[in-house]
Design a protein around this ligand. Structure first.
Ligand SMILES: C[S@@+](CC[C@H](N)C(=O)[O-])C[C@H]1O[C@@H](n2cnc3c(N)ncnc32)[C@H](O)[C@@H]1O
Length: 276
């Protein structure tokens, strides 16, 4: 097909820059730069300032305009780089200075990220913004494993949980400091972000909410990157599973039963076959 089917169409006048949002909250996806959306790629290529989290990989950062100023504002391990309030202040100050600001976060910015607080701060400051979604990490992990998180006849729902304890939980269940629902149906796929290292707490929490001890659990570290590692276990065996490096997540449910997982030749997946 001809690339310009309407040769008489006149070029559109450029849209004044003031019509564009000044801050973009962009999802960097799980690590593989090929999983960035076209919109994220476009925005990164036109950014003046990028404020990024620790989880954003160097391969994704390589897509940022060479003219942009790039600041790491992550809060994981090691010295704290910027408080959440400082991040808000930086976004607002740069945007008011007329710069195109990208706040770049791992995965999708609205899933276990700080987008809610950041949107509120931008609104209060009267700064326009746009959210550019990204592939949230378990979707990257599921794609690599070749599984469907809601496989028909196997799982009718998927829930996203965090392994971070909540401040107060009156439920009285094992692992009751986890911010989880009080029961989990067996036909649910459970995704646990930020699982931490206390796998016994997670296993106790899953059992207390009704999951069979033989329910499969897949631990995925650095999903979608060259460093990806996986370990297949069960709720019963989870406390004895190896501590894979962060970032890592857990996918729990029949959708990660051994016969559903894609077998691969790479070393990380050879590890999987020894663990099954
Ligand atoms: C603060 S949450 C941010 C989640 C992110 N917004 C998303 O949509 O994936 C950080 C957690 O995401 C998970 N995570 C992010 N990237 C990951 C990756 N490439 N592989 C495994 N887990 C990842 C880990 O559980 C990590 O502790």
């Amino acid at each position: 097909l001809p690339r310009n089917p309407n040769p008489v169409a006149l070029p559109q006048p450029p849209i004044p820059d003031s019509c564009f949002p000044r801050v973009y909250l962009v999802g960097a996806g799980p690590g593989d730069p090929e999983l960035l959306t076209l919109k994220a790629l476009d925005v990164l290529g036109r950014a003046d300032v990028v404020l990024h989290d620790d989880l954003v990989t160097p391969q994704v950062l390589a897509k940022v305009s060479p003219k942009a100023s790039v600041f790491r504002v992550g809060k994981r391990c090691g010295p704290k780089r910027a408080s959440q309030e400082e991040i808000h202040a930086l976004m607002v100050a740069y945007a008011r200075g007329g710069l195109r600001v990208v706040r770049l976060q791992g995965g999708d910015p609205v899933i276990f990220g700080r987008a809610g607080e950041e949107v509120r701060a931008l609104r209060e400051a009267g700064v326009d913004f746009e959210i550019v979604p990204g592939v949230t990490s378990p979707l990257g992990a599921a794609a690599r494993a070749g599984i469907a998180l809601t496989e028909r006849g196997v799982a009718s729902s998927v829930i996203f949980l965090t392994g971070h304890p909540r401040v107060h939980d009156p439920s009285g269940l094992a692992g009751s400091d986890l911010a989880w629902p009080s029961s989990i149906r067996p036909d649910t796929t459970v995704v646990i972000y930020m699982p931490g290292d206390d796998y016994a707490l997670l296993a106790g929490g899953l059992s207390a909410r009704g999951l069979d001890p033989e329910t499969p659990c897949l631990i995925v570290s650095s999903a979608s990157t060259a460093c990806e590692q996986v370990h297949l276990s069960t709720v019963r065996e989870l406390p004895r599973a190896p501590q894979l490096p962060s970032p890592k997540l857990l996918i729990v449910g029949q959708v990660v039963a051994p016969d559903r997982l894609r077998q691969r030749e790479e070393s990380a997946w050879a590890y999987l076959s020894t663990a099954v």
